[in-house]
Ligand binder design. Structure first.
Ligand code: ZN
Length: 255
């Protein structure tokens, strides 16, 4: 089976459309796995949810989605995010609100894959940005792989084999972090890994192109991709909706 990995779409339909087109150009997929933050920030929350649901979809919920539907305190977010979340709450169709309410921030997909928005240990809030943080998270899920989002940074963490301290005899766990390049395929083999495909709708690694990945559970590979999209189309809709200017400007820079 082949799956498209998408996360942190943040109501950016133009970015999602470019991503889906790019995925389809690379061959048939059996479904989409989505690690949350589907809405918040961008101008087209309902359209993004409807588009995702056209595919066989397994999705969890992210902190922005939770804030929009009232499951988190808005006060825990910065001003621009609060403005965007309040706007999004007004726009959201009841059926889409109900669908988001049915999701949780961490879920097991199959015998190989768990999904968690931030991290398996703290699915709502933790930002997995270092090997040290990843290491302690490998004990918080039971499958071989965990797919995450939340940082908006494409990353892959591998758990190393236990290392035995030669002097004292205790074992230590460590993990390695990789920053994948565009179109890079990584062989997973039987290694335990935490995988973040990067953000579709608001990349933050200095590259404004939408980020996604394709996971193949027979080959046991994950391939990371970047795809350009019509940033101006999203920005114009954000201006029309009076969403905060800083949120549309950052799309130009991928920050
Ligand atoms: Zn996000």
């Amino acid at each position: 089976m082949r799956y498209g990995l998408v996360t942190d779409i943040h109501s950016n339909l133009a970015a999602l459309e470019a991503t889906l087109k790019s995925i389809e150009q690379k061959g048939a997929i059996d479904g989409l796995l989505c690690m949350g933050d589907i809405i918040g920030y961008g101008p087209q929350p309902n359209e993004v949810i409807q588009r995702l649901k056209e595919y066989p979809l397994f999705s969890i919920i992210g902190n922005h989605d939770m804030a929009v539907i009232g499951q988190l305190e808005l006060a825990d977010f910065n001003h621009d995010a609060i403005d965007a979340n309040v706007w999004t709450r007004v726009q959201l169709e009841p059926e889409n609100l109900e669908w988001l309410e049915s999701l949780s921030p961490k879920a097991v997909f199959d015998d190989k894959v768990t999904l968690a928005h931030g991290s398996p240990l703290e699915p709502v809030w933790e930002y997995l940005t270092t090997p040290h943080a990843a290491t302690r998270n490998f004990n918080a899920f039971e499958t071989q792989l965990c797919l995450v989002g939340h940082t908006h940074l494409p990353r892959l963490f591998f758990l190393r084999d236990n290392e035995v301290n030669r002097i004292f005899g205790f074992t230590t766990q460590k993990s390695d972090m990789y920053i994948p390049e565009d179109s890079q395929t990584i062989e997973l083999g039987e290694n335990r890994a935490i995988i973040n495909p990067g953000s579709v709708g608001q990349p933050r690694d200095g590259n404004p192109k939408a980020a996604y990945a394709i996971y193949d559970d027979e080959e046991m590979t994950v391939t990371f991709y970047r795809v350009p999209y019509d940033i101006i189309a999203t920005q114009e809709l954000m201006h029309q909706a009076h969403l905060p200017l800083s949120l549309s400007i950052r799309l130009d820079y991928g920050r």
